[in-house]
Design a protein around this ligand. Structure first.
Ligand code: PLP
Length: 344
């Protein structure tokens, strides 16, 4: 039976908040997660002294649900999001939301909003945003006693309009995360930190920042919300920066597997010096929102480093990586074991 679909212009949906019918809500009180459930209320009511409002105890995740070529509704490796959220919570002294409960809450929320999952072939998908915040009151600096976990969903189009068209980024003079800080967890506070730098990049016409390592400012870290990868000059090696202050992207970890096991590339995770960028043939940013955004130009303090055909066209390895990973997600390429989580 064909599923019912909301009357939305799927091809021009953009990347913006749209409340769907149902969201999942669970509360942590008296030392335990209470049984959660679906709610029709898009508003959150919390105490004026809630920990999130004063000391920013919050973490989040981002993943997508898709309709595959066969008409199944699936998510891509949500177990990794569940685990990463547990790591984020632990570092922020928040209770961990159990993995099994995360996966069943995800299933319940997407199933309740099936009519919002964009149809196969539209290029759009259902963005899923799990998040958790300190909802109990605190005024002295300490972890809250109460927390709220929610999952909201919304249909979104491709993050960067124009699909896989290369973008330019600039090397930032700011830091996204401190050495030995919170760069490795998915916390809203890292985004608050990066907004000033992002405004500067946007005003200069750049899609994003390339943040150098905060200690020496010599090595590549990541973008505001995406990891970087590079392809060696001979096109045979996939290189991605190694650092304790970058977020372990699910997309990047998946691309490493695809590069090695499906495209026959060598994979290196190592420090990447800004000074070696001119030696690479391709560069890209990767993350759930955009999957891959090819980078045509990196501007390093007035000097342009151009990869391949620059802003004209993505390189051949980037195109293969993007086609293979989106093919896996949409069911046109066979997925490695355990990558596809079937919802309906
Ligand atoms: C979410 C995020 C990414 C991308 O991670 P995915 O799991 O691939 O979506 C990269 N960098 C930062 C800082 C992020 O917050």
């Amino acid at each position: 039976m064909a599923r019912e679909l909301k009357d939305l212009d799927w091809k021009h949906i953009g990347f913006q908040y749209r409340p769907c019918d149902w969201r999942y809500v669970a509360q942590y009180k008296e030392g335990a997660w209470q049984e959660g459930g679906l709610s029709a209320d898009p508003n959150v009511t919390i105490n004026e002294c809630a920990g999130i409002l004063h000391y920013c105890q919050e973490c989040f995740e981002g993943l997508k649900a898709y309709e595959t070529v066969k008409g199944d509704i699936v998510c891509f490796r949500p177990d990794l999001n569940a685990e990463r959220m547990m790591d984020s919570a632990e570092y922020l002294c928040m209770p961990k939301f159990p993995k099994e409960q995360f996966l069943s809450a995800l299933r319940e929320t997407v199933q309740a909003n099936l009519a919002y999952v964009p149809p196969y072939g539209s290029g759009a998908s259902l963005y899923v945003r799990p998040y958790m915040f300190a909802s109990g009151p605190v005024i002295g600096v300490k972890p809250s006693d109460e927390y709220t976990f929610r999952i909201i969903v919304m249909p979104v189009g491709p993050y960067y309009t124009g699909g896989a068209k290369p973008v330019s980024v600039m090397v930032s003079d700011y830091d996204r995360a401190a050495p030995h800080g919170t760069g490795h967890i998915k916390a809203g506070l890292n985004y608050a930190m990066s907004m000033h730098a992002h405004e500067i990049a946007a005003k200069g016409g750049y899609a994003d920042n390339m943040f150098p390592d905060p200690m020496e400012r010599k090595y590549v870290e990541e973008a505001g919300g995406a990891n970087f990868y590079f392809i060696s000059g001979d096109g045979k090696t996939f290189v991605t920066p190694k650092s304790d202050s970058i977020l372990p992207s699910v997309t990047r970890r998946s691309l490493e597997y695809v590069a090695e096991h499906m495209l026959g590339l060598k994979v290196e995770e190592r420090r990447v010096a800004l000074s070696e960028l001119p030696e690479f043939s391709e560069c890209g940013m990767c993350g759930t929102a955009a999957v891959i955004s090819p980078v045509g130009v990196v501007n390093d303090h007035g000097k342009d480093i151009v990869f391949g055909k620059g802003l004209a066209e993505a390189g051949p390895v980037t195109k293969k990586l993007l086609d293979t990973l989106t093919g896996i997600q949409l069911g046109t390429v066979e997925a490695p074991e355990g990558w596809i989580f079937k919802i309906a």
